[in-house]
Design a protein around this ligand. Sequence first.
Ligand SMILES: [Fe+2]
Ligand SMILES: [Fe+2]
Length: 162
Amino acid sequence: MISKKMAKEINDQIQRELFSEYLYLQMAAFLKGENFDGMAKWMTIQAKEEHSHAMKFFEFLYDRGENVILQKIDSPKNDFKSVLEVFKYAYGHELTVTKNINNLMALAKKENDYASESFLKWYVDEQVEEEASFDKIVKILQKIKDSGNGLIMLDKQLGKRE
Ligand SMILES: [Fe+2]
Ligand SMILES: [Fe+2]
């Protein structure tokens, strides 16, 4: 059993993970439109990962005897001007998600909810990776600037993601 408050917060987080999926799918669409197929593939895989994050919370709620209540998902930003803007925005988004996960962890600790704490640890670790992977791409893009060759090489590199 978990508290009603924790169940509500986890339902909110499911919505946010699904929003992340939606945002990254929109970014994949932008990248595809720019003919960066490798980056679009990378971002599509990222979107799928966000879906799996939502589903882990989904299963957890049922394991703890609570119900999933799906919420409205807003349209994500779609007026990107550059590849750099896309990845910078995504990095900023991940920083927000890290705060959300930290808030959930703080609640679990406050409520002495050890099962949720243990479950959330996976997300704490995952956010370290998420921040790092976007931050790395932003830094590479800042070095590349407007070099067409650099962008083509990065596109090829990111397209290798499985
Ligand atoms: Fe996520
Ligand atoms: Fe993420």
